[in-house]
Design a protein around this ligand. Structure first.
Ligand code: GLN
Length: 261
């Protein structure tokens, strides 16, 4: 459906409603070429088409970044529930959010658009990912976003206080990352490989988190389906409250939330 739409110029409903409409030979050969590439190389469709939809918007994606997953929309949904629009002029200063390991920028760009009274900082270790994220901010006209090339909690980050921190860190266990489906081998390993047990990066990223979140500020992080117990343990300290793991549409643990006291 996505492939036909891309090359024929028809949208989803056109394809359903006018399925008798003839596609030209050129369009058919383009579609066949894509299918052939998919079959031969197992290159994910999002990379072949160069885009992927997230939260109702189309993001550009290349091999420099992880392909947006629908599960990450759960994180957006939970954040938006906690950050309703403030009463006009209730805040003299615009609150700030931080997106750690922004990749294609889906979280940062979506939040910048959906929460226009906040400013955001999108951080990634990789320059190539930041270029993609910045390109997506431009493509979708997201405003109030800054991009920073840095590791989790660099000195630069430590000087700030955020009302909201989000992250979709690499959380796949290093032991299994090599044995995943062939499509995943086209994605950047650094965005998937969470080290031993899949928790090394989570451990590093969450250390010192209360120092960069303002009191009452929130943290939301996507996690692996088998990491609920681990993160609940990690966040049971007295610095946090309202710690909870939300489930995805498949009923699997997927998003950790915590509020800094
Ligand atoms: N959800 C991805 C997967 O299952 C993993 C993403 C990540 O590590 N952040 O492949």
């Amino acid at each position: 459906m996505l492939i036909i739409g891309r090359f024929s110029g028809l949208d989803r409903s056109d394809i359903f409603l006018h399925d008798c409409r003839r596609l030209s030979a050129t369009v058919i050969s383009l579609i066949m070429a894509v299918l052939e590439e998919r079959l031969l190389t197992r290159r994910p469709l999002a990379y072949i088409l160069g885009e992927q939809e997230f939260w109702g918007r189309s993001f550009a994606v290349s091999e420099a970044v992880l392909i947006p997953r629908p599960e990450t929309e759960i994180l957006i949904e939970k954040v938006l529930r906690r950050f309703p629009a403030p009463a006009p002029a209730s805040e003299p200063r615009q609150p700030l959010f931080l997106d750690l390991g922004t990749g294609s920028g889906i979280i940062a760009v979506t939040l910048a658009i959906e929460l226009p009274w906040m400013r955001g900082l999108a951080l990634d270790l990789k320059h190539s990912a930041l270029l993609q994220a910045r390109g997506n901010a431009r493509r979708l006209k997201a405003e109030g976003l800054e991009f920073v090339q840095a590791d989790w909690h660099s000195a630069f980050i430590r000087r700030r206080r955020f009302s909201l921190v989000t992250a979709n860190p690499p959380y796949v266990a290093a032991e299994v990352v090599g044995g995943l489906q062939p499509e995943l081998r086209h994605e950047p390993l650094a965005a998937l490989d969470g080290g031993k047990g899949g928790i090394e990066e989570i451990k590093r990223l969450t250390a010192g988190l209360p120092e960069i979140i303002s009191p009452g500020g929130w943290f939301f992080m996507e996690i692996g389906y088998d990491q609920e117990d681990y993160v609940l343990q990690l966040f049971k300290g007295s610095e946090y409250e309202r710690v909870k793991v939300h489930r995805d549409y498949a009923g699997l643990p997927r998003v950790l939330q915590a509020r800094v006291r």
